[in-house]
Design a protein. Structure first.
Length: 394
């Protein structure tokens, strides 16, 4: 019997499960999970595909939690998935398994830069990049994205002028978090050329590549010509299938010298995969996972329309049109209000916990980020609370 269709409308109470999104919202934002809505941390309030659940139940039933033998099956599954979903197949020998992609970012910084070197980010961008770079004693070089008709676009001329020669690496978020852009092939070629011009290792974080809106196509950086000798690609199943707590991710490198260096760092740090993460990721990359993902993308698109239409009606408030991810990036600049006043209304009046735009670096100051990967009834409720909180602008 085929698995039952996923029910993304089901409200699953996550409170009291040591879950960051709901159990930390009060200490972090002062918003009680009993009356508030958690729209911050990037995980979803949905169960993963049934095959993932069965894999965990199988391990629990066996009851032995020893070391995993290898990650071969996962690497085979990644080949199948990338070929089927993204039109390229990595060699199994090019794939490393890390404890997630923040961990992988730290490993990359460690492998290819020295203290004091510059690492280029295109901001606003996922906040953990800067955190990891600074914690490693490297310098964050913030290159602000330009805006064209409400969409982020690269600004290579401006960025060329900012380079000093101390930069050794760039990290591209593709698709982009926040902002939800799916970069075009021409834009990706531009980034590849930028990396070559400034002799940078190009780290391409593609964790959101599967979460495109229906009809939108992501282009993997591995499909761009002339960049393989400096390319380090990061991918994961954790956003796609909502298994972030499994802390598993992959680094894909085809250049032999880069691969040898990364492998040496992995060995020096004694890293080996978590067996739960391996089991969950491996089964998810399957025909059953594909069906689940297609249902999810349709559902998220429905949430996106509801949110963008409803929030877009508030005068002075502009959500960016989401092309991928489930993270709505909303500009409050047009309200003319201070950041403090905007947040007082979102957190205090509407009781919604959101990621503050300032944490994403230059260009994020007037924005807030809302996670819409939650049952539609909650998105609806959030939209009406926001409309009420800003009703004096109507
Ligand atoms: C671009 C990007 N990279 C990495 C991560 C986190 O990766 P992990 O949970 O594998 O450390 C996130 C989470 O939101 C993200 O948006």
């Amino acid at each position: 019997m085929p698995p039952a269709a996923p029910d993304f409308d089901e409200i699953i109470d996550r409170r009291g499960t040591n879950c960051s999104k709901w159990d930390s919202m009060e200490p972090v934002y002062g918003v009680s999970p009993d009356e508030g809505i958690a729209m911050w941390v990037a995980d979803m309030d949905f169960r993963p595909p049934a095959c993932v659940q069965r894999a965990v139940e199988g391990m629990a039933a066996h009851g032995i939690y020893g070391y995993a033998a290898s990650d071969d099956a996962q690497r085979e599954a990644i080949g199948w998935w990338m070929d089927r979903r993204h039109g390229w197949r990595p060699d199994a020998g090019d794939i490393f398994t890390t404890h997630g992609l923040v961990n992988a970012t730290g490993l990359c910084v460690d492998a290819w830069t020295e203290p004091g070197d510059g690492v280029v980010l295109f901001t606003p961008v996922y906040h953990a990049f800067a955190r990891v770079i600074r914690a490693a004693g490297r310098e964050v070089v913030e290159c602000p994205l330009a805006m064209d008709h409400g969409r982020y676009v690269p600004d290579f001329d401006a960025w060329d002028a900012m380079m000093t020669g101390r930069e050794k690496m760039m990290i591209l978020c593709s698709p982009q978090n926040p902002g939800g852009r799916v970069w075009s092939r021409a834009e990706l070629e531009g980034w590849a050329a930028f990396a070559r011009r400034h002799d940078l290792i190009l780290v391409s974080d593609e964790i959101h590549c599967d979460l495109t809106m229906p009809g939108v196509t992501h282009t993997a950086m591995t499909r761009i010509e002339g960049v393989a000798d400096r390319l380090v690609m990061l991918t994961a199943t954790t956003k796609t299938f909502n298994i972030a707590g499994a802390h598993i991710g992959n680094v894909i490198i085809s250049d032999p010298a880069l691969k040898a260096r990364f492998s040496a760092r992995m060995r020096a740090l004694g890293l080996s995969p978590n067996s739960f993460g391996l089991a969950m990721a491996t089964v998810a990359m399957s025909p059953e996972g594909v069906d689940w993902l297609e249902a999810l993308r349709g559902y998220l698109d429905g949430n996106r329309r509801l949110f963008e239409e409803g929030v877009g009606k508030i005068p002075g408030v502009s959500p960016m049109t989401l092309e991928s991810t489930y993270l709505e990036w909303v500009d409050f600049l047009g309200t003319g209000m201070s950041r403090e006043e905007v947040l007082r209304r979102i957190e205090g009046d509407a009781k919604i916990a959101v990621n503050h735009g300032t944490s994403f670096g230059r260009g994020g100051e007037s924005f807030q980020r809302f996670n819409i990967a939650t049952p539609r009834a909650r998105v609806k409720e959030a939209v009406s609370r926001l409309q009420a909180a800003f009703s004096d602008l109507q």
